[in-house]
Ligand binder design. Structure first.
Ligand code: HEC
Ligand code: HEC
Length: 268
């Protein structure tokens, strides 16, 4: 009887794992991948050896952008390792003569710039982070999580499943670093003299979407407008880097990293 209990328990575990879906990282990864210390060492190596071409934070330059590229999910860890070790023959990407463990650290860092935060072990005190989000940080005045909070900024209920942890940290510390225009304050004046204000939700050559304070979005054709003014800076406060201590920032980022609308399995 006891033996028969086992298969159904493991079947249940498999079901739970598949319900958790993307939150469960693939098995048999190199130990450096997803390891916070390896990622930190890889970042230092990256700044010295790679940033000259790929940018300080992988934002690109002479070499391509290496962050926030969904395409990395198709390049497996071995492929990443080989690219960094051997370079790209015929292109401007040199081979590296560093030892393999350091190459793996850089691979771990490059991977960390691209995989969702929820897949990583992000250190920090989650309940302290939650307290900062709704309290001292005032984040909930603008952002909502699971139906609670403000409407004037992106909903963060799924931010951990959507963004790499590096990007979450940067979004909080330097909101303007990515030059992201959406959600900035916009004032549009129509040809017949009406003024419409709100948050920019989308812009093309032909149209503009503006969201008012109640969350309603209006689509305006560019041809109907006389004047459009978009604020240069993000409405998000720019001073969290100095307002929050290192520990507070760590806890807050750890809390955001765990925000996923899918169930999350606890990792050690
Ligand atoms: C001299 C400039 C230069 C340096 C230094 C450099 N790279 Fe590159 N890297 C490039 C270029 C250019 C490419 C694009 C090659 C191609 O055309 O596919 C590239 C491609 C890559 C790719 C593959 C990107 C893709 O789109 O497939 C990775 C990963 C990468 N580099 C990581 C690194 C890392 C890690 C380092 C530091 C050890 C580094 N690179 C150093 C110029 C550089
Ligand atoms: C005054 C309103 C306001 C406050 C307060 C505020 N934010 Fe934001 N935040 C925004 C807006 C608007 C955006 C979108 C535009 C941008 O990226 O700058 C944003 C963007 C973000 C993003 C990126 C979202 C995405 O789509 O990836 C994160 C993460 C974030 N904020 C976290 C925080 C945290 C954490 C706090 C508190 C420490 C905070 N924000 C406080 C308005 C605010």
């Amino acid at each position: 009887m006891r033996r028969r209990a086992f298969p159904s328990i493991s079947l249940l575990a498999v079901l739970c794992a598949s319900l958790a879906g993307a939150a469960e990282p693939e098995k048999a990864k190199h130990p450096a991948i997803g390891n916070p210390e390896a990622i930190a060492s890889g970042q230092k190596l990256f700044v010295t050896g790679c940033a000259g071409c790929h940018g300080q934070n992988g934002e690109g330059g002479r070499g391509p952008k290496l962050r926030n590229r969904a395409v990395w999910h198709t390049l497996d860890d071995e492929g990443l390792f080989t690219t960094i070790k051997k370079g790209v023959p015929g292109a401007d990407m040199p081979a590296s003569n560093l030892p393999d463990d350091q190459i793996w650290q850089m691979a771990a860092y490059v991977r960390a710039m691209n995989s969702p935060a929820i897949e990583q072990n992000v250190p920090g005190n989650l309940s302290a982070g939650e307290g900062i989000f709704w309290g001292k940080g005032g984040c909930g005045n603008c952002h909502a999580i699971r139906g609670k909070g403000g409407q004037s900024a992106p909903d963060l209920s799924n931010v951990g499943a959507l963004r790499p942890v590096e990007q979450i940290r940067e979004d909080v510390a330097s909101p303007d670093a990515d030059g992201y225009e959406n959600w900035r304050k916009v004032v549009a004046v129509t040809k017949d003299g009406k003024t419409i204000e709100g948050a920019l939700r989308n812009r093309s050559n032909y149209s503009l979407q503006i969201q008012d304070g109640k969350g309603a979005v209006r689509l305006l054709s560019m041809a109907s407008l006389k004047e459009v003014t978009i604020e240069k800076a993000s409405p998000m406060p720019q001073d969290y880097k100095s307002r929050l201590s290192r520990e507070e920032m760590r806890d807050l980022v750890a809390f955001l990293a765990r925000q996923s609308i899918r169930p999350v399995e606890e990792k050690k």
